[in-house]
Design a protein around this ligand. Sequence first.
Ligand SMILES: *Cc1c(COP(=O)(O)O)cnc(C)c1O
Length: 406
Amino acid sequence: MADSKHTNFKHIETKTIHAGKIRDEQFGALSTPIYQTSTFTFENVQQGANRFMGEEAGYIYGRLGNPTVRELEQRMAALESTEDAAAFGSGMGAVSATLLANLKNGDHLVASSALYGCSFSLINHIFADYGIEATFVDMTDEKAVRNAIKPNSKAIFFETPINPNLVVIDLQMVADIAKEHNLVSICDNTFMSPALQNPAEFGIDLIVHSATKYLNGHGDVIAGITCGSAEQIENIKLTTLKDMGAVMSPNDAWLIIRGLKTLSVRIERHCKNAQTVAEFLQAHPRIKKVDYPGLPSHQGYPLVGKQMKAAGGILAFEIKGNFDDAVYFMNSLKMCSIAVSLGDAESLIQHPASMTHSPYTEEELKAAGISQTLIRLSVGLEHVDDIIGDLSQALDKMNARIKQVG
Ligand SMILES: *Cc1c(COP(=O)(O)O)cnc(C)c1O
């Protein structure tokens, strides 16, 4: 096996297909084989010893590396314009191993006040129990970010756009503050994917992904990836990945490699459909507001075209009505699937107040800007008229019921 050069491709459409390809020299297979093996045999004891000493390149044991997984890591590094990448068994595997490789007892983390739910509970509960302190701050406010930094601060962690209201954080601002204060900056880029946003280009140190979402794109894998400098990735691989063990399976790596080949065409359609759906909803008399960075009324609009190539495939909207009306609307949908997760071919719709954010108290929901009738939609790849048709008929049904109930 030989690695093809993966730094030469300029365009994302080409990188998603060719970058970091591992050539099968034995048979010339176009599609990289799934190396479904737990361990790797050595020619003799000396070769085993050399590999353990790092004196000879080659594989040792599945938790320490696998060729199929390695191809995906190399491709993701090329896509995020970083030196290297590490693959994990889930997005949370990537988030936890990446944060823990950079934080120890007595350290302080600056974190965004709005985060993916499990990232928030990891930091707020587990890290707190292990003596890693955190300050949660509104990262749209530069002053607040600066004020949150302490002498023992080591890292800064955020995601953009933020779930579920799609609030956008300025990548350059965060990267600059992190550099000034010698903090490791870590951005969760799941919502945009490398097709729309490359945080490393703004100076962000580490980029984490739930590969479960757009990277794989077909709703059949749970996985994660972290991209960063060779030094950072080596450290993660030799510590929190190796010893905590949340590794990606070669079979899942192969599915993501396959999914990635269509990333740019999928993302283009997701964005186009989402823009059309957002405009339809905004004009609908039963909709109170639409959160989508592609609408001029949205907080993130000025950063579209600047740090994001387009506004993405996810939007949220509030219904004019109450909690029960929102539930009735959701239950009236015929095509959109009621499900958490995002970035799949299928349009996925969820109700944060009763699903992803159900552990929140009423005050916490208010503070996070999540109303009882807020609904999040991951706009799929179906024909946009069919998506709008489904939303429209469910809104009509809800409207008829509201009129009837009075
Ligand atoms: C889904 C998600 C995660 C967690 O990823 P898993 O693959 O489910 O572990 C982390 N961050 C964001 C923004 C996500 O959407």
